[in-house]
Design a protein around this ligand. Sequence first.
Ligand SMILES: Cc1cc2nc3c(=O)[nH]c(=O)nc-3n(C[C@H](O)[C@H](O)[C@H](O)COP(=O)(O)O)c2cc1C
Length: 315
Amino acid sequence: MKVLGLCCGRKNGNTELMMTEVMKGVRSVDPAAEVGFVNLQDTHIQACVGCETCMKKKLQQDFEFRCVHGVDKDHFHFIEMQMRAADAIVVSAPAYNLLPPGIMIKFLNKMHASGDYRKITQGVDICKVGACFSIGGTDWTDYIPNVMRMITMELVGVYDGVVDSVHFDFLPSFQAVMLEPEIMDRMFRMGVNVANAVNYKKKTGKNAEYQGMEGICAYCHSNLLKVDSEGYVYCPQCNVKADVEVENGKLKVRFTAQELEKSRWAPYGQKLHMENIGKGHAKAAAGAEKIRENFSTNYKDLVKELRLQVPALEK
Ligand SMILES: Cc1cc2nc3c(=O)[nH]c(=O)nc-3n(C[C@H](O)[C@H](O)[C@H](O)COP(=O)(O)O)c2cc1C
């Protein structure tokens, strides 16, 4: 089996050491496993500029297209090829401002430019196995475990493919995780869980059971809730409605199976999303003349005047 890790913390830092334990766990199940990780801090990823070319190509079923930046201008394509070859992907991140570091998001933003990558990863029988972990220097980390599971799901295709996820707080110093044998044991176990899930999928064609941190939402395991303007409560990651009651001052949250099926990440939500993108582009195409006229009459000069010129940098 082939297991690929993605890191984005310090070189030889906590998350790289934890990832090493994960890979040791994989090898304990399959000594012949091909394992390795890419630290995004070693890479150059050009930021997505939002041109939407890759999305439009996808809507036209053109899966050969790659980012307008070119496949040899940054390391995105290299990582995409590593991911395509992998049976499992383990994603890790330290918290930076309660979130994964920008380089991880920059990488994620390029995923639309990966041709048919999503097409091959989506689907229970062909999706990859995923796992993720994150850490914080303190406990200012409320969003990151949820975002990490979402990133991992994006890379493996479906939430059902994410077999493990864990988060640890209060690890601010370089390599301090080596003082925490319980954390390192848990990381080793993540590797075992990942390798077992790959073997299980190869044998049965099914996704292994989720072994990670439990949250509130039964679909994405998030522990976040949003309240809309009418007072209804939702999982903000899946956009599914919850039934809530307060018992002894504690909130009880329940999601019905019907609601969970409407998760934005389930086939229902994915189809709706693609239709909405298609509708949006079709509306803009139909009104192209109006947009052009309005822009040149009311905005072109003013936008140019308002946009601050940034100084040129020395090469
Ligand atoms: C720019 C930056 C922002 C950070 N923001 C947070 C934060 O919001 N919450 C937190 O708990 N730790 C935060 N940290 C601390 C890191 O998560 C912590 O140092 C971690 O051990 C780094 O992992 P590494 O050794 O794998 O690089 C931040 C660190 C940096 C460099």
